[in-house]
Structure formats: structure tokens, C-alpha cells
Design a protein around this ligand. Structure first.
Ligand code: SF4
Length: 417
């Protein structure tokens, strides 16, 4: 009997293992001025890095031995700066590859200043298939103004190293940043296109508290941090990239030649995933969580009406480096009801070009009050944040530009009143 789309949507809430594995490496050579990610500046030989990596490898082993990674299709080593681990990154990658037998995409983040040709080759040998390089700009004055420690020449060398190692490559770029002009932004995009790479992520810079920029601009927003500038630069990126054959498949992500990132797609289609390392997030079904609790018995039981569980690892990098097993980790937990899980499905789908399909909408209607759902979608259509196309509600350009409004309205459907 054929499995209907409806059954597939319902089945996701019963998966017992994970589709995606994330490993967080919270170390960088220095802290960029805008960065509020979980990362700390350190030096290459820092013993904490070595012990931390070893502990992650042990945790991967624990998960694999329990069969938790049997159906894991994608893995992603992010940071921080994973390439700061040097050969330690190869060991970690090789170990993940050896236990995740269904893996068909394996990404690692890399920063240009620490990706050598030898390391790119080692990562390919270790089973990594894809490198996501934090290039941010091809203009040296812009890189310096962001507090980045690499130059455009480092970036070009790193791209060559990755290409020579036959790795798929993605570059990250930032727009609406200090020193950037409309012209220099076009130039960075042109230089990206000249590299012949098939994936790129483009973000407007956000000023976050507890960063150098957060303190520097506490009193007054700088001129470059302007919504109209952000919107114009994101549109410029879309135009130049579309002309070169890229499809924008998520609010910040563009790909061509079938190179969309399957790992990130797993997040947006709410497949269960597990994150290891300090601050790493996981999302499990109720049944997957119960199973995970056998490895981490310190975790509280989920209430009976739980559909999905979000976990964030709160253990520090030092605590993990002391050799913490899964049973010794601290987690922050959030138990989502069926209604909340359905609202989350809608919110994440609205990040993608596929949007909210009619099947997903109908599935949400079985968990969320139908009247509220219809009213909310009518408002989003009227406000021009969503549009109807090919049996789906697709986010409009405006919807993506004011993403918080769109995602906030959809997540708001999680509340019962
Ligand atoms: S390299 Fe990335 S993670 Fe590290 S400080 Fe800079 S922005 Fe943050």
C-alpha cells in the first residue's frame, strides 16, 4: 500500500533515531566583533580542544552503540572554527564516518586562515564531502572592520584547497556591514560567481548584545545597520545569483546543480536531529527522547502529551573536555505538545521556497484550532507575507525581509488561546 504524504507527516513524530548529527566545536583563534555564537578564543595547542574533541568522539560511540545513528543521513561539524582542531578534525570526521553508515552528506565549517591544502585533503580522506567556508566578504577593509582575521587572499587560497581536495564548497557572506557599499557588495558577489562554486549563504549582519559591536553601538545604530540597506543588498544578491542560475531555496541559502545543503533541509523539515557539544541543540520525537534517556538517565521524563522535545546542551566546554559521557551532561529541555510541534512545522517551512504545502497545512489543522489557523493565514496573505502558489503557501520576498513577523505569527499558533 502506498504511504500517503499525510502518513509521512504523522510518522515523523514517531521516529526513534535521528536523521542528522551536529557536532559543535566552540573554539576560534580570536573573537569577531559581531559574534555571539558559542565560541571562545584560544590557541592551536590548547589541551582543552584536544580533550573536548576526544569526549565528543566518545559520545558519538555511545550513540552509535545504542543504534541511535543507524539512519543518520547527514552530519555537520560546526563552530566556532572546526579547522582550528587541525588533525583532530580528521580523527573526529573519520570516526563519525565509520559509525554513520547511511551518511550521504558530511559537512564541516572552515575558516580561511586555518584551512591548509593538507587539512582539506585529510578531511576528504576522513569522509567529509562538503566544506562551508566563512568568507563573509572579498574586500579586505570590510573583513578587518568585522574583526575577521583572514584576508581575501586567504579566502581564495582556501577555496582552491577545498576544490583540489574535490570537496563541495559553500561560502558564507554578510551584507549591510561596515565599510560596505552597494558597489563593493556587487563586487564580492561577482568574485564569488567567478569561483564557480554552487552554494552560498547570504545574511544581513545583526548587532547582538554582548559583542564588541553590541557595546560599540549601544547608544545608536550605525548608518550601515539599516533595514532598507539590508533589504536592498539581499535583493541585489538574489538578482545576481538568479542570473547565474542559483535558486534561493531558503531565506539565506542559494544553490545550483543540485547542491542544496541536505543537513540544513533536515532542520527545516523537522526531521529529528542530535547535537553534541556545548550549546548544541537537538530535536527528538517523544519516542526518540525516551530512547535517548536510556543513555542519559539524568534527564526528566517527558509529560505524556509530548510530541517533540528540544534539548540544548548546557555543559561547558571544560566540563565536556573532562571526558563527560552522555549521562554526565546538563541539558535544557523544552517539551512541545502536538499543537506546538505543528506550529513549529509551519514556522520552519516558511523559511523555505517550498513553503507550507497543503498537506502540511491540513496536518496542522488536525492539531491547531481550524478557525485560528484560517484567520492567521488570511491575515498573512492579506499582509503580503505569504502567497498562494501551486498548492502551497509560499513566503513572499517581503515575508522573508520581515521574517520575524512571519515566523512569529506562525509560532503564535502554538498558544492555546
Ligand atoms: S570565526 Fe565565526 S564563530 Fe569564530 S568568532 Fe568569528 S564569527 Fe564567531
Amino acid at each position: 500500500m502506498a504511504v500517503s504524504m499525510w502518513d509521512k507527516l504523522a510518522d515523523r513524530l514517531h521516529a526513534q533515531s535521528v536523521a542528522a548529527l551536529y557536532l559543535h566545536i566552540p573554539f576560534c583563534k580570536s573573537k569577531c566583533f559581531y559574534c555571539d555564537f558559542s565560541s571562545w578564543a584560544t590557541t592551536t595547542g590548547d589541551p582543552v580542544m584536544k580533550h573536548y574533541t576526544k569526549a565528543l568522539m566518545q559520545q558519538v560511540d555511545e550513540l552509535a552503540a545504542a543504534g541511535f545513528l543507524d539512519s543518520c543521513e547527514t552530519a555537520y561539524i560546526g563552530g566556532g572554527t572546526p579547522t582550528l582542531l587541525g588533525e583532530g578534525l580528521f580523527s573526529l570526521a573519520a570516526q563519525v564516518r565509520s559509525v554513520c553508515l547511511q551518511l550521504h552528506e558530511f559537512s564541516s565549517e572552515a575558516n580561511p586562515e586555518s584551512l591548509t591544502p593538507d587539512l582539506a585533503g585529510l578531511l576528504a580522506d576522513g569522509g567529509v564531502t562538503r566544506l562551508s567556508l566563512g568568507v563573509q566578504s572579498f574586500v579586505d577593509a570590510e573583513l578587518a572592520a568585522l574583526g575577521r582575521i583572514h584576508t581575501s587572499e586567504h579566502a581564495r587560497a582556501a577555496i582552491r584547497s577545498a576544490a583540489d581536495a574535490k570537496l563541495d564548497v559553500s561560502l558564507d557572506f554578510m551584507c549591510a556591514i561596515p565599510e560596505q557599499t552597494d558597489e563593493s557588495w556587487k563586487e564580492s558577489l561577482e568574485q564569488f560567481l567567478a569561483c564557480g562554486i554552487d552554494h552560498v549563504s547570504v545574511y544581513p549582519l545583526q548587532i547582538e548584545e554582548n559583542t564588541v559591536f553590541g557595546q560599540r553601538y549601544e547608544e545608536r545604530d550605525p548608518a550601515w545597520h539599516d533595514q532598507d540597506i539590508q533589504a536592498a543588498r539581499m535583493l541585489q544578491a538574489q538578482k545576481q545569483l538568479a542570473e547565474a542560475g542559483f535558486e534561493r531555496y531558503e531565506v539565506a541559502s542559494y544553490a545550483r546543480n543540485d547542491k542544496a545543503c541536505q543537513h540544513n533541509r533536515a532542520y527545516w523539515t523537522t526531521k529529528p536531529y542530535l547535537g553534541l557539544g556545548t550549546s548544541a541543540a537537538s530535536m527528538l520525537t517523544h519516542e526518540g527522547y525516551e530512547r535517548f534517556c536510556q543513555l542519559a538517565p539524568q534527564l526528566e521524563r517527558a509529560p505524556h502529551d509530548t510530541a517533540r522535545v528540544r534539548l540544548v546542551c548546557m555543559s561547558s566546554r571544560e566540563a565536556i573536555a573532562r571526558g563527560a559521557s552522555l549521562a554526565e551532561l546538563d541539558f535544557e529541555l523544552e517539551f512541545l505538545s502536538k499543537t506546538e510541534a505543528a506550529a513549529e512545522d509551519l514556522m520552519l517551512a516558511a523559511r523555505t521556497i517550498a513553503g507550507i504545502t497543503d498537506e502540511l497545512y491540513e496536518h496542522a489543522g488536525s492539531c491547531i484550532d481550524k478557525g485560528r489557523l484560517e484567520q492567521s493565514f488570511e491575515t498573512l496573505l492579506k499582509d503580503g507575507l505569504l502567497e498562494r502558489r501551486e498548492a502551497a503557501y509560499i513566503p513572499t520576498e517581503r515575508g522573508w525581509l520581515v521574517g520575524n513577523e512571519l515566523y512569529g505569527a506562525l509560532w503564535g499558533l502554538a498558544s492555546e488561546d
